[in-house]
Write a protein that binds this ligand. Sequence first.
Ligand SMILES: Cc1cc2nc3c(=O)[nH]c(=O)nc-3n(C[C@H](O)[C@H](O)[C@H](O)COP(=O)(O)OP(=O)(O)OC[C@H]3O[C@@H](n4cnc5c(N)ncnc54)[C@H](O)[C@@H]3O)c2cc1C
Length: 303
Amino acid sequence: MSEYFFDYIKELIPESEVLKDEPMNKHTTFRVGGPAKYFIKPANQEELEKLIKYLNLVEREHFILGNGSNLLVGDHGYDGVMIWIGNGFNEIKVNGDVITAGAGAMLSKVASTALEHGLTGLEFASGIPGSVGGAMVMNAGAYGGEMKDIVTEVDAVAPDGEFIRYSNAEMAFGYRTSICRRAKIVVTAATFKLKKGNPEDIKAKMDELKAQRLAKQPLQFPSAGSTFKRPEGYFAGKLIMDAGLSGYTIGGAKVSEKHCGFVINAGNASAADVHDVIFEVQEKVKERFGVKLEPEVCMIGEF
Ligand SMILES: Cc1cc2nc3c(=O)[nH]c(=O)nc-3n(C[C@H](O)[C@H](O)[C@H](O)COP(=O)(O)OP(=O)(O)OC[C@H]3O[C@@H](n4cnc5c(N)ncnc54)[C@H](O)[C@@H]3O)c2cc1C
């Protein structure tokens, strides 16, 4: 990538917010991944719109990063432009039973804000370690709830840099997907319609779900949560366990014995180790049960 590109980007975004060769293990919950050629932190809507318009105009490869909790970046890094939707987009506003949150706000923070205001509906999401933007893209869900149940509007930036507002129907939410995964749009905010509830009940529900996560998930190890999508009619973790893959290890990556649906970084894993475990699990489960496991985790860069 030319210095000309860098010089131009500095016209759009303050130089201090444009990092070069930024290690992605600092920005993913797997704690693996080589450097992103450029790592840009737009501070507001205006900077983001100009940046997206320019990158699409010059057809420069780019990737939108939230909290990196569903992302595996290769050891040899990402040779494009990583755009972090973070601190510049983390405002949370409450108006009656409606919450509007910036895409960079953490779901846990939005859920705790709902609790503070006695609003129910977000309890299921309180333990999902992602940003609001990532949750819209993935239609994040847990314990019977999904983003599609509570989201009324999503604000975004289109590839031409224009602001767009999607309704719930226009988001075309599906299982761990939404229109954002198909159209290249950048989520900047989401509006949630909740209901008045009893703060004690809301807190009790959050505590109960937290205890379930702690009991069932290997949260002491870096991971991206459930590695695979749930195949229709099956549970990925059960198939993996029944294929005898509990504890299956390559290098530092491993199928968790506590929950076989999680591939974990058990200590100094490389991204290639994680990638290889995912691949081998897919092969072995297909061979044994004829079921194709599809990764839920997004993979980018050179392994
Ligand atoms: C311990 C653990 C438990 C988990 N439990 C759950 C669970 O119960 N349910 C569940 O659904 N998930 C779970 N996850 C996975 C993950 O937290 C969710 O998928 C989350 O929604 C990802 O959000 P993120 O901000 O981290 O996205 P990232 O990992 O940063 O990105 C994921 C995808 O979203 C895109 N993206 C992110 N932000 C934006 C944006 N602003 N605009 C456009 N695209 C964007 C990225 O380009 C990428 O394609 C878990 C993960 C971990 C580590």
